[in-house]
Design a binder for this molecule. Sequence first.
Ligand SMILES: Cc1ncc(C[n+]2csc(CCOP(=O)(O)OP(=O)(O)O)c2C)c(N)n1
Length: 278
Amino acid sequence: MSTLTSAPDVAAIRQRAHTMRRHVLHMAEIVGQGYVGQGLGIADLLAVMYFSELRFDPANLKWADRDRFTLSIGHYAIGLYAALAEAGIIPLGELDTYGADGSRLEMSAPETTPGVELTGGSLGHGLTQAVGMALGLRLDGKSARVFNLLSDGECQEGSTWEAAMAGAHHKLDNLFAFIDCNNQQADGAPSRVMGIEPIDKKWEAFGWHTQRVNGNDPAAILHALAAAKAAPGRPHAIVLDTLMGRGVPLFEQREKNHFIRVSPEEWTIARSQLEEAK
Ligand SMILES: Cc1ncc(C[n+]2csc(CCOP(=O)(O)OP(=O)(O)O)c2C)c(N)n1
């Protein structure tokens, strides 16, 4: 069972994030394409969650008092599978099946996969479910918390703001939303498609305790989580500014990074760049 009993070991969390990035490249190389930038960009958050913050039991995934990590952006599954494998929830070898017909590791994460709490991917619906879970847990008298990961693109959807309003109305301080601001969506930058800034001010205006940090800095994420937990009575928004493709300059520098096709030679470059960047 994973519980936070001592001060977080930031160096160990960074090492986990690095290993998870290796897993992301491994899975994506087998498929030859995909949501590589998202998996690399969100590894620091997932390492903090699975190796410091979340209370869960790999031997009893349906433990009623577990914290729920809910992935609204189902297409970020590649990053979540890397974390679940590192955390011992799914076998490491199963990562080889990512995206294959019949695999449990579909390109968009379904709740039938061990460790996946909800079927994401129909964007704009994850936070609504997380609000319901947080409310239900409170009604049941449980201290478990719900952490929802959503994207900057989802902040253009009305249902996200209905959920934000409901979370604040019900004073759900057991609810945490991470907003991954990687400045990309399917058709380019949100500022070009439909601007969302100042996004932290919007969450604050909806009644959430809000912070904005570098989402590729585990120490900054840990600091924000500590501050959030010290602020009762409101749900918590932590806006994460992240870099898509983080750790692999070849992918960091792509102009459109939402879904990439990668040539066989580029995988060799990507793997060596990841090790050099460590
Ligand atoms: C309701 C809904 N509309 C459209 C899509 C198609 N779609 C899949 S990913 C994506 C981009 C969403 O933006 P964001 O999550 O910010 O993109 P990323 O950071 O991954 O580039 C879209 C439009 C979807 N999955 N669900």
